[in-house]
Design a protein around this ligand. Structure first.
Ligand code: DC
Length: 235
Protein backbone atom coordinates (compact mmCIF):
# COMPACT_ATOMS: atom_id res chain seq x y z
CA UNK A 1 0.00 0.00 0.00
CA UNK A 2 1.54 3.37 -0.96
CA UNK A 3 2.00 5.77 1.94
CA UNK A 4 0.98 9.32 1.19
CA UNK A 5 1.28 12.74 2.77
CA UNK A 6 -1.98 14.49 3.58
CA UNK A 7 -1.75 18.25 4.07
CA UNK A 8 -4.66 19.86 5.91
CA UNK A 9 -4.38 23.64 5.84
CA UNK A 10 -6.87 26.32 6.65
CA UNK A 11 -8.18 28.89 9.08
CA UNK A 12 -8.15 28.35 12.84
CA UNK A 13 -11.06 26.54 14.52
CA UNK A 14 -12.38 24.88 11.34
CA UNK A 15 -11.91 21.42 12.81
CA UNK A 16 -8.59 20.83 11.03
CA UNK A 17 -6.90 19.01 13.88
CA UNK A 18 -9.87 16.78 14.74
CA UNK A 19 -10.23 15.89 11.07
CA UNK A 20 -6.50 15.26 10.64
CA UNK A 21 -6.42 13.12 13.80
CA UNK A 22 -9.43 11.09 12.67
CA UNK A 23 -8.00 10.47 9.21
CA UNK A 24 -4.58 9.55 10.65
CA UNK A 25 -6.16 7.07 13.02
CA UNK A 26 -8.22 5.50 10.20
CA UNK A 27 -5.16 5.08 7.97
CA UNK A 28 -2.74 4.17 10.78
CA UNK A 29 -0.68 7.26 9.93
CA UNK A 30 1.17 9.67 12.21
CA UNK A 31 -0.60 12.93 12.98
CA UNK A 32 1.45 16.11 13.28
CA UNK A 33 -0.11 19.27 14.68
CA UNK A 34 2.20 22.00 13.37
CA UNK A 35 0.17 24.75 15.07
CA UNK A 36 1.17 23.16 18.40
CA UNK A 37 4.83 23.61 17.41
CA UNK A 38 4.33 27.35 16.81
CA UNK A 39 2.37 27.58 20.06
CA UNK A 40 5.22 25.86 21.96
CA UNK A 41 7.73 28.35 20.49
CA UNK A 42 5.39 31.17 21.56
CA UNK A 43 5.27 29.80 25.11
CA UNK A 44 9.07 29.62 25.22
CA UNK A 45 9.42 33.18 23.88
CA UNK A 46 6.83 34.38 26.38
CA UNK A 47 8.48 32.78 29.41
CA UNK A 48 12.01 33.79 28.30
CA UNK A 49 11.02 37.34 27.29
CA UNK A 50 12.36 36.91 23.76
CA UNK A 51 11.90 40.08 21.76
CA UNK A 52 10.46 39.68 18.25
CA UNK A 53 12.47 42.65 17.04
CA UNK A 54 15.82 41.06 17.82
CA UNK A 55 16.70 38.37 15.21
CA UNK A 56 19.90 37.34 17.04
CA UNK A 57 18.00 36.71 20.24
CA UNK A 58 15.39 34.72 18.27
CA UNK A 59 17.98 32.50 16.59
CA UNK A 60 19.68 31.86 19.94
CA UNK A 61 16.37 31.01 21.58
CA UNK A 62 15.41 28.65 18.75
CA UNK A 63 18.65 26.71 19.32
CA UNK A 64 17.46 26.00 22.86
CA UNK A 65 14.00 24.78 21.86
CA UNK A 66 13.23 21.12 21.45
CA UNK A 67 9.67 20.15 20.57
CA UNK A 68 8.34 16.63 20.35
CA UNK A 69 5.04 14.79 20.56
CA UNK A 70 4.48 11.91 22.96
CA UNK A 71 1.51 9.63 23.25
CA UNK A 72 -0.33 9.76 26.55
CA UNK A 73 -0.93 6.07 27.38
CA UNK A 74 -4.03 6.91 29.43
CA UNK A 75 -5.89 8.99 26.85
CA UNK A 76 -4.16 7.72 23.69
CA UNK A 77 -3.71 11.38 22.69
CA UNK A 78 -0.52 12.86 21.32
CA UNK A 79 0.73 15.63 23.58
CA UNK A 80 3.18 18.44 22.94
CA UNK A 81 6.45 18.57 24.88
CA UNK A 82 8.71 21.59 25.08
CA UNK A 83 12.21 20.76 26.27
CA UNK A 84 10.92 17.60 27.92
CA UNK A 85 7.99 19.30 29.65
CA UNK A 86 4.35 18.54 28.84
CA UNK A 87 2.91 21.88 27.65
CA UNK A 88 -0.21 20.53 25.93
CA UNK A 89 -2.70 22.40 28.14
CA UNK A 90 -0.67 25.60 28.51
CA UNK A 91 -0.25 26.18 24.76
CA UNK A 92 -4.04 26.07 24.20
CA UNK A 93 -4.68 29.08 26.46
CA UNK A 94 -5.85 32.41 25.11
CA UNK A 95 -2.70 34.37 26.04
CA UNK A 96 -0.76 32.06 23.69
CA UNK A 97 -3.44 32.28 20.97
CA UNK A 98 -3.21 36.05 21.23
CA UNK A 99 0.50 36.10 20.46
CA UNK A 100 1.12 33.02 18.29
CA UNK A 101 0.31 34.64 14.95
CA UNK A 102 2.96 37.30 15.53
CA UNK A 103 5.58 34.74 16.59
CA UNK A 104 4.76 32.45 13.66
CA UNK A 105 5.15 35.33 11.20
CA UNK A 106 8.88 35.57 12.05
CA UNK A 107 10.95 34.02 9.24
CA UNK A 108 13.60 32.54 11.55
CA UNK A 109 10.88 30.74 13.49
CA UNK A 110 9.26 29.42 10.31
CA UNK A 111 12.55 28.16 8.89
CA UNK A 112 13.29 26.15 12.04
CA UNK A 113 9.77 24.66 12.25
CA UNK A 114 9.51 23.83 8.54
CA UNK A 115 12.86 21.97 8.64
CA UNK A 116 11.68 19.90 11.61
CA UNK A 117 8.29 19.20 9.97
CA UNK A 118 9.97 18.03 6.77
CA UNK A 119 12.11 15.62 8.80
CA UNK A 120 9.01 14.34 10.62
CA UNK A 121 7.17 13.61 7.36
CA UNK A 122 10.08 12.24 5.35
CA UNK A 123 8.96 8.61 5.63
CA UNK A 124 5.46 9.68 4.39
CA UNK A 125 2.36 8.12 5.95
CA UNK A 126 1.54 11.35 7.81
CA UNK A 127 -1.36 13.72 8.16
CA UNK A 128 -0.08 17.20 8.95
CA UNK A 129 -2.27 20.16 9.73
CA UNK A 130 -1.29 23.81 9.64
CA UNK A 131 -1.25 26.86 7.40
CA UNK A 132 1.56 26.22 4.92
CA UNK A 133 1.81 22.44 4.67
CA UNK A 134 0.52 22.21 1.08
CA UNK A 135 2.28 25.38 -0.05
CA UNK A 136 5.69 25.23 1.67
CA UNK A 137 6.35 22.19 3.86
CA UNK A 138 5.13 19.48 1.47
CA UNK A 139 4.12 21.07 -1.86
CA UNK A 140 4.33 17.52 -3.30
CA UNK A 141 1.76 16.11 -0.82
CA UNK A 142 -0.47 13.61 -2.63
CA UNK A 143 -3.61 14.99 -0.97
CA UNK A 144 -4.12 18.62 -0.01
CA UNK A 145 -7.18 19.98 1.74
CA UNK A 146 -7.98 23.62 2.45
CA UNK A 147 -10.50 24.19 5.24
CA UNK A 148 -12.57 27.24 5.89
CA UNK A 149 -15.73 28.15 7.84
CA UNK A 150 -17.74 31.20 8.79
CA UNK A 151 -15.79 33.18 11.49
CA UNK A 152 -18.81 33.42 13.81
CA UNK A 153 -19.37 29.68 13.68
CA UNK A 154 -15.66 29.13 14.35
CA UNK A 155 -15.85 31.45 17.38
CA UNK A 156 -18.82 29.52 18.76
CA UNK A 157 -16.94 26.22 18.34
CA UNK A 158 -13.86 27.67 20.01
CA UNK A 159 -15.95 28.93 22.93
CA UNK A 160 -17.38 25.46 23.53
CA UNK A 161 -13.88 23.94 23.36
CA UNK A 162 -12.46 26.47 25.84
CA UNK A 163 -15.43 26.00 28.15
CA UNK A 164 -14.78 22.26 28.23
CA UNK A 165 -11.29 23.14 29.47
CA UNK A 166 -12.63 25.45 32.15
CA UNK A 167 -11.90 28.75 30.36
CA UNK A 168 -15.01 30.89 30.15
CA UNK A 169 -14.64 33.62 27.55
CA UNK A 170 -16.84 36.13 25.91
CA UNK A 171 -17.85 35.24 22.33
CA UNK A 172 -16.92 38.71 21.08
CA UNK A 173 -13.42 38.35 22.56
CA UNK A 174 -12.93 34.99 20.83
CA UNK A 175 -14.25 36.32 17.53
CA UNK A 176 -11.85 39.24 17.77
CA UNK A 177 -8.94 36.85 18.33
CA UNK A 178 -10.04 34.71 15.35
CA UNK A 179 -10.33 37.72 13.04
CA UNK A 180 -6.97 39.09 14.15
CA UNK A 181 -5.28 35.71 13.58
CA UNK A 182 -6.94 35.32 10.17
CA UNK A 183 -5.66 38.74 9.20
CA UNK A 184 -2.07 38.13 10.34
CA UNK A 185 -1.98 34.55 8.96
CA UNK A 186 -3.22 35.57 5.49
CA UNK A 187 -1.27 38.80 5.09
CA UNK A 188 2.15 37.95 6.54
CA UNK A 189 5.04 38.20 4.10
CA UNK A 190 6.50 34.75 4.81
CA UNK A 191 4.29 31.76 3.83
CA UNK A 192 0.86 33.38 4.17
CA UNK A 193 -2.15 31.14 4.55
CA UNK A 194 -3.63 30.46 1.12
CA UNK A 195 -5.13 27.59 -0.80
CA UNK A 196 -2.29 25.49 -2.23
CA UNK A 197 -2.29 24.53 -5.87
CA UNK A 198 -4.40 21.39 -6.22
CA UNK A 199 -5.88 21.69 -2.72
CA UNK A 200 -9.50 20.69 -2.27
CA UNK A 201 -11.61 23.47 -0.73
CA UNK A 202 -13.78 22.28 2.19
CA UNK A 203 -16.21 24.65 3.92
CA UNK A 204 -17.02 23.17 7.33
CA UNK A 205 -19.61 25.76 8.44
CA UNK A 206 -22.56 23.43 8.12
CA UNK A 207 -21.10 19.96 8.40
CA UNK A 208 -20.31 17.99 11.53
CA UNK A 209 -16.85 16.85 12.61
CA UNK A 210 -17.76 13.25 11.75
CA UNK A 211 -18.77 14.38 8.25
CA UNK A 212 -15.48 16.24 7.84
CA UNK A 213 -13.50 13.16 8.85
CA UNK A 214 -15.58 10.98 6.53
CA UNK A 215 -15.07 13.37 3.62
CA UNK A 216 -11.28 13.59 3.96
CA UNK A 217 -10.98 9.85 4.65
CA UNK A 218 -12.90 9.22 1.44
CA UNK A 219 -10.57 11.58 -0.49
CA UNK A 220 -7.54 9.78 0.97
CA UNK A 221 -8.92 6.34 0.05
CA UNK A 222 -9.58 7.55 -3.48
CA UNK A 223 -6.06 8.97 -3.81
CA UNK A 224 -4.44 5.77 -2.52
CA UNK A 225 -6.55 3.64 -4.91
CA UNK A 226 -5.58 5.95 -7.77
CA UNK A 227 -1.88 5.50 -6.95
CA UNK A 228 -2.28 1.72 -6.77
CA UNK A 229 -4.02 1.73 -10.17
CA UNK A 230 -1.32 3.95 -11.71
CA UNK A 231 1.39 1.65 -10.41
CA UNK A 232 -0.38 -1.40 -11.85
CA UNK A 233 -0.67 0.33 -15.19
CA UNK A 234 3.07 1.05 -15.21
CA UNK A 235 4.16 -2.49 -14.33
O1 DC B 1 -3.58 25.59 14.22
P1 DC B 1 -3.38 26.52 15.42
O2 DC B 1 -4.53 27.44 15.66
O3 DC B 1 -3.00 25.78 16.65
O4 DC B 1 -2.12 27.42 15.00
C1 DC B 1 -1.64 28.43 15.84
C2 DC B 1 -0.99 29.53 15.03
O5 DC B 1 0.21 29.05 14.44
C3 DC B 1 -1.83 30.11 13.90
O6 DC B 1 -2.39 31.34 14.27
C4 DC B 1 -0.87 30.31 12.75
C5 DC B 1 0.36 29.55 13.14
N1 DC B 1 0.69 28.44 12.24
C6 DC B 1 1.48 28.71 11.14
O7 DC B 1 1.83 29.87 10.91
N2 DC B 1 1.87 27.70 10.33
C7 DC B 1 1.49 26.44 10.57
N3 DC B 1 1.90 25.47 9.74
C8 DC B 1 0.66 26.15 11.67
C9 DC B 1 0.26 27.18 12.49
Amino acid sequence: MPKIIIAVDGYSSCGKSTTAKGVASYLGYAYIDTGAMYRAVTLYFYTHHVSLTNPKEIVKALENIKIDFRRNPETGRNETYLNGLNVEDEIRKLYIANWVSEVSAVSEVRRAMVAQQQRMGKARGVVMDGRDIGTVVFPDAELKVFMTADPEIRAQRRQIELLAKGEMLDLAQILQNIRKRDYIDTTRADSPLKQAEGAIWVDTSFITLDEQIELVTHLADEKISELIRENNFKS
